[in-house]
Design a binder for this molecule. Structure first.
Ligand SMILES: Nc1ncnc2c1ncn2[C@@H]1O[C@H](COP(=O)(O)OP(=O)(O)OP(=O)(O)O)[C@@H](O)[C@H]1O
Ligand SMILES: [Mg+2]
Length: 235
């Protein structure tokens, strides 16, 4: 099967020495991929390159059969990408419903069907639709950020450490949700520090170290890899 997204040799940075070097990675339609890496390895930078807020200085990104590396973020979103950024960034003074509608508006999706779908996936959001986002718990804000990304009906969901700062029960809830999202046919590229759960949930994984992919393969294989165990599984 042709990959949904195919990253071929991208290089990127912030003006100094490149932060990412020769990154190669792909995600098949419906596949869940995990990206592991220590702090400052370049995980967020890579997601920024994929969604288009950071230009690449070399290499190519093909999405859904066409090159997208020169497209603006809004065009990539229109093409079927969505991102749940590192810091959630929900609009605190707006209600849950307004946050979802704004996401849909910004990202060009958002029929009432999208809203029904998001509320079905996240009954809690439906219950709290009129509540201001700032009054939600951290876990609920993360659900809202994921729901907002889904309003654009993406084919590929990029997630930057969605379990960060959440209690263990909520981390399980987020993973269960992502599983349901995947079941609906959405591909997932998950950046995660919670390596154990992420490897258990995904089919393949990549390890980024100092801006380079140093390991990749089936998640079960990586979970048994000595270096991965030492660095990410506390083994
Ligand atoms: N806006 C920026 N300007 C300059 N350098 C940056 C910028 N953002 C990130 N960097 C640098 O790029 C490198 C990779 O950062 P990045 O945020 O991609 O890492 P990360 O793997 O997401 O780390 P973390 O696990 O802490 O989120 C780091 O050395 C960081 O200091
Ligand atoms: Mg990061």
């Amino acid at each position: 099967m042709n990959p949904l997204i195919e990253v071929s040799g991208i290089t990127a940075g912030y003006g100094g020495p490149p932060v990412l070097r020769d990154i190669r990675l792909d995600v098949a339609p419906g596949e869940w991929i995990t990206l592991l890496g220590a702090n400052a390895a370049g995980k967020t930078t890579l997601l920024k390159c994929l969604i288009g807020v950071l230009p690449v200085s070399g290499g190519s990104v093909r999405f859904d059969g066409r090159p997208v590396e020169t497209l603006a973020p809004e065009d990539r979103i229109r093409a079927g990408m969505a991102i749940v950024p590192e810091d959630r960034r929900v609009f605190g003074r707006m209600s849950v419903l307004e946050n979802l509608r704004l996401g849909a508006h910004l990202w060009g999706g958002g029929s009432s069907g999208d809203l029904d779908r998001v509320f079905t996936l996240f009954p809690r959001m439906a219950e709290r639709r009129s509540q201001k986002a700032a009054t939600l718990s951290g876990g609920e804000q993360q659900m809202l950020a994921i729901g907002r990304a889904l309003m654009a009906r993406p084919k590929l969901l990029l997630l930057d450490e969605p379990s960060m700062g959440l209690a263990p029960k909520l981390v399980s809830d987020v993973f269960a949700l992502l599983r349901r999202v995947q079941t609906e046919g959405v591909s997932i590229l998950l950046v995660e520090q919670n390596a154990k759960m992420a490897l258990a949930a995904s089919s393949r994984a990549y390890v980024l170290r100092l801006g380079e992919i140093v390991l990749s393969g089936p998640s079960a294989e990586l979970a048994g890899n000595e270096e991965v165990q030492r660095a990410y599984l506390g083994g």
